[in-house]
Design a protein around this ligand. Structure first.
Ligand SMILES: Cc1cc2nc3c(=O)[nH]c(=O)nc-3n(C[C@H](O)[C@H](O)[C@H](O)COP(=O)(O)OP(=O)(O)OC[C@H]3O[C@@H](n4cnc5c(N)ncnc54)[C@H](O)[C@@H]3O)c2cc1C
Length: 505
């Protein structure tokens, strides 16, 4: 069975030596640094669940590529059932982690690469699909964690890439040789890449033959020479750095959400790991196929899991405060449930309405329209859920003291007394639940939900492309028996000739 145990995963990461910086300092070990450790824990959980008989249906599946059971996060969907299971896995992992499963972007990039490399081979006679399959077999056999990157950062949006003073503001091929290619550029927001074994990279800025040096997709080990990770550092990171005990934090084990910038400074990629190189017409397909897959994931699966954490915390706070019978609180909880289930419905619909794309490839992608609708819907639904949670949680969500006060002999008694709501619940629990709500409502997930899988305008543009409204117009024509001009004219002529034949008496 091609599955690593969580312990083997941790040992395997010790062998990976990425160049990582955080808060102005080098991170010597992503396993030991308190903030990068949260990503290790999240990915590690995906290995534990795959081994657990209770979750193996969600977290594993049979791979026809290697004819073995593999972690679902290394699999390319081959059917509607696979897509539905993919959606369910997205919710399952998110609700148990309370943050990202950092293997999801790579998983979605595999879907885009599998179909598009197949199409390139069919239409151009290239060998990308065979290469990609060999790569994926290796990933599955070794059960690797793979991060995914659609390359930015991008220059002025008013100019074409070729007119940027710095040509590397999108990842670019700088050299081609008989052994491979060399790339230079960066990716600004990448989830958890420093604690993954591999990075899969997709293009971003190639729209014409002249821009074909930006048409590039490949995979590299995450510690390849020339790659540097510059990590995010937020007040939550600082809080974790200073914590005496992780259980005083809002999400003790798995953290807020960790991303980093990834710099590719003249990184060599051997040909066997290059899946797209210069065929600019296919760059857009790689992007849109990734986007529709990832928008189902971000819009209709993981946020549903996150909302379960928020709803659970709100329900506990309601009980601590003795608000169980208060109508508006119950209505707010109901509204949250409706928002959550609408998100879930969009994700499942995107999966159920998915199809083989491109036809003949054997690769199944979520429905384009529903994938985009899922993401667009959740942006507002998630902010609304956070607002409702803020109302139920009260000001304490943002004004609460540190849990350290419960260990401070000078303040402990006051905190125990005045934050207990007069309930039997230990004050420690009450503060912890509020801290969790602080993480959600005043944390990084709001903006993350907005921009992860692309800003809302990107979804609106895709929806406008998909909808030509021809079907809807036909429906109205049919209902009203609307006819074209010619039919109307000939009817008028008929009426006129009938009128002429009627004798005048
Ligand atoms: C927490 C987090 C994790 C992420 N993880 C990953 C990951 O692992 N892998 C990955 O590939 N991506 C990831 N992303 C997504 C990605 O990196 C970008 O954040 C996303 O595509 C949005 O781009 P941006 O942040 O540069 O925003 P911008 O593109 O700068 O958008 C800002 C605003 O400008 C507008 N805008 C931008 N360009 C134009 C234009 N040409 N015309 C008109 N309006 C424009 C946008 O609509 C938006 O309103 C992640 C994002 C976040 C927030």
């Amino acid at each position: 069975m091609a599955l690593m145990t969580p312990e083997e995963f941790e040992v395997s990461l010790k062998r990976v030596k990425p160049r990582v910086f955080m808060n102005g300092k080098k991170v010597e070990s992503v396993l030991d640094n308190r903030n990068t450790r949260t990503v290790v824990e999240s990915n590690k959980a995906s290995y534990a669940w795959a081994m657990d008989p209770r979750y193996e249906r969600i977290m594993t599946c049979h791979s026809p590529l290697i004819d073995e059971r593999v972690n679902r996060y290394t699999h390319v969907s081959r059917s509607i059932e696979d897509l539905v299971a993919k959606a369910q896995a997205g919710t399952f992992t998110a609700e148990h982690l309370g943050t990202c499963i950092y293997r999801c972007v790579g998983y979605d990039a595999f879907h885009s690469l599998a179909g598009t490399t197949w199409q390139m081979d069919q239409e151009l006679g290239t060998e990308y699909h065979a290469r990609f399959n060999e790569y994926l077999k290796m990933v599955q056999r070794k059960d690797l964690s793979v991060a995914g990157a659609l390359t930015e950062p991008r220059g002025s949006r008013q100019k074409k890439a070729l007119d940027w003073p710095d040509p590397y503001l999108s990842l670019k091929i700088v050299d081609r040789s008989k052994d491979g290619i060399v790339v230079r550029g960066a990716k600004i927001n990448i989830s958890g890449a420093f604690a993954s074994h591999e990075l899969v990279v997709l293009p971003q800025s190639s729209h014409s033959q002249e821009e074909s040096d930006y048409s590039v997709a490949f995979a590299v080990p995450s510690d390849t020479e020339g790659i540097t990770y510059i990590c995010q550092y937020s007040p939550y990171s600082a809080e974790r750095d200073q914590a005496e005990n992780i259980y005083e934090l809002g999400n003790p084990l798995f953290g807020q959400r960790e991303t980093s910038m990834v710099v590719f400074d003249n990184v060599f990629v051997p040909w066997e790991r290059v899946f797209h190189c210069g065929e600019h017409k296919y760059s857009g397909l790689l992007v849109t196929r990734f986007a529709r897959t990832h928008r189902m994931t971000c819009g209709g699966t993981c946020k549903v899991g996150f909302m379960n954490q928020i709803v659970g915390a709100c329900k506990l706070v309601q009980e601590y405060k003795g608000l169980q019978k208060v109508q508006h609180i119950n209505e707010q909880l109901t509204e949250m449930v409706v928002l959550r289930e609408t998100g879930r419905a969009c994700g499942l619909a995107a999966a159920q309405m998915g199809k083989e794309e491109p036809p003949g490839s054997g690769v199944f992608l979520p429905d384009e329209l529903m994938g985009n609708v899922a993401k667009l819907n959740i942006c507002n639904a998630f902010w609304r859920t956070m607002a409702l949670a803020g109302d139920i949680g009260g000001g304490l969500v943002v004004t609460m003291p540190s849990l350290k006060e419960l260990k401070n002999p000078e303040t402990r008694a006051y905190v125990e007394e005045f934050y207990s709501f007069g309930s039997d619940e230990p004050t420690e629990n009450i503060l912890k639940v509020h801290k969790l709500l602080q993480n959600w409502t005043a944390g990084q997930h709001g903006v993350g939900t907005w921009h992860g899988a692309g800003p809302v305008m990107a979804q609106k543009i895709m929806i406008q492309r998909v909808c030509d409204f021809a079907y809807e117009k036909e429906l109205v024509k049919e209902t009203l028996n609307l006819r074209d001009k010619q039919a109307c004219e000939s009817e008028k002529d008929d009426e006129k000739s009938k009128a002429k034949k009627i004798p005048v008496t």
